[in-house]
Write a protein that binds this ligand. Sequence first.
Ligand code: SIN
Ligand code: FE2
Length: 224
Amino acid sequence: MPRLPRKPQVELELTDPEPFPAGLHYLPGYFDETAQGALVADVRQLLVEAPLFKQSMPKSGAPLSVRMSNAGDFGWVTDREGGYRYQTVHPVTGKRWPPIPTVFLDLWQGVTSEIEPPNMCLINFYDAGARLGLHQDKGESSLEAPVVSVSLGDEATFSVGGMVRKDPVRRLRLRSGDVVWFGGPSRLIFHGVEGIRPGTSPLLEEHGFAASGRINITLRRIGR
Ligand code: SIN
Ligand code: FE2
């Protein structure tokens, strides 16, 4: 991948002449307001069965600011004792994760040419102070299959780096209904969320959430 110039504080917009690295796809406004409402309703239902929970870092036990839950055969879990892992049950309720809603499966089908459906779906909830450090989606997830993600609710500053941590980072403002997916040569691209802009979207509160915030849904395949 070509080295990209560092552009601190400058957010990449559609008009930015810098092309995305091969394999990284940004689909702004993929879901309209009606579709976003349907997605949030599905997430809310899902969170009744599998409530958001606090994760913590391996070894240090430092808490993650993003609260999470999962759907599908496997869920991503991390804590001090067990480290990063995929497991079939919710760490608090002990119950299996609920199935991945059909609209998410349709999204995967719609944007990728994968024959196999995703078997894990991570739900991230960002409140005003939440952020997610630069990371690669590794572990036991299949590197052949892409990673597909949807943003709902408040805007976020998404950072995209390169294949090594120290590569320069570009910033992309993700809005409700936007889809980002990466695979092939970008499957292991470093990415993270620097923060959200609280109150920039009424979507979550309109659909029964107590406060505004941002939901990100990530679909992957775990190859076991
Ligand atoms: C993630 O990388 O797990 C989430 C990305 C996002 O929230 O947009
Ligand atoms: Fe990620």
